[in-house]
Every structure is written in C-alpha cells, then in structure tokens.
Design a protein around this ligand. Structure first.
Ligand SMILES: [Zn+2]
Length: 133
C-alpha cells in the first residue's frame, strides 16, 4: 500500500520551493494539498508526487477585509494546476485595484510564503501564492 504525504513533509517542501502532492494508486488522480484520502475516489492509496506549479487562473476575488496577518486589499485566486487539482492562493504581483477579468485564463506559477499571523497552530504555516507567468 502506498504511503500518503505527512503535513511536516508538505510544509518543508513548500519552504524549499517544492510542491508536494499525492497521486492515487487506484484512480491516478493527483490531490493537492495532500489529504488523508484521494480527492477523486476516496481511497487511501496515495504516493507522494512533486507538482510542476504551472496552472491557469480560473477565478479570483479581491479581499478588502483581511484576517490577522494580512494587509488588504489583496487578491485571492483559484487556479487549475497542470496535474489537475484546483488550488486557492493569493495572487502576488498584481495590485488589487488593477484586478479585472483579463486575469481569467492567465498562466500562473504556484508557490508559497510564510504566514504572517501568529494565530495559526503550526509555527511554520505557509500561504499558497500565485504569480503570473
Ligand atoms: Zn483516487
């Protein structure tokens, strides 16, 4: 039986600039971020897989009321990764007031940055980010 991805390994990979997901041995679907079971079929036979980080922006919103540690306004976006999963992260490098529908369909690269908040349970918590390619 294949082994999944542990949270500490996922966070360590993010800190190193790598995107650690998991591929299901039963159906082949890629799940990101890693979960206890495959997001497509629910089986727990998942092996670690490194993702390319390439994706296409599918939707976004501008956040003007921010949680602790975030400075509004900023853009929260969703992208469909080349390997299949849809991921939510902050779009960096674009001013929130400049965000418009021309962002939809743009190619993005997924990365991460340290979370600024001290409220999270995990000290090394990271925020997923996108940059336009
Ligand atoms: Zn599956």
């Amino acid at each position: 039986m294949a082994q999944g991805v542990f949270l500490k390994d996922y966070i360590q990979a993010l800190a190193e600039g790598r995107l650690l997901g998991q591929r299901c041995a039963a159906c082949g679907a890629v799940t990101f971020p890693p979960k206890a079971v495959c997001a497509a079929c629910g089986k727990a036979e998942n092996a670690p897989v490194e993702l390319s980080g390439q994706g296409e922006l599918t939707t976004f919103t501008v956040c003007r009321v921010a949680p602790e540690g975030m400075t509004p306004p900023y853009i929260v976006a969703m992208a469909k990764l080349a390997e299949g999963p849809c991921v939510i992260g902050n779009l960096e490098g674009v001013a929130a007031d400049d965000a418009d529908m021309s962002l939809i369909g743009r190619r993005v690269r997924l990365g991460s940055k340290p979370a600024a908040s001290r409220s999270y349970a995990v000290d090394q918590c990271r925020v997923l980010t996108f940059e336009l390619e």
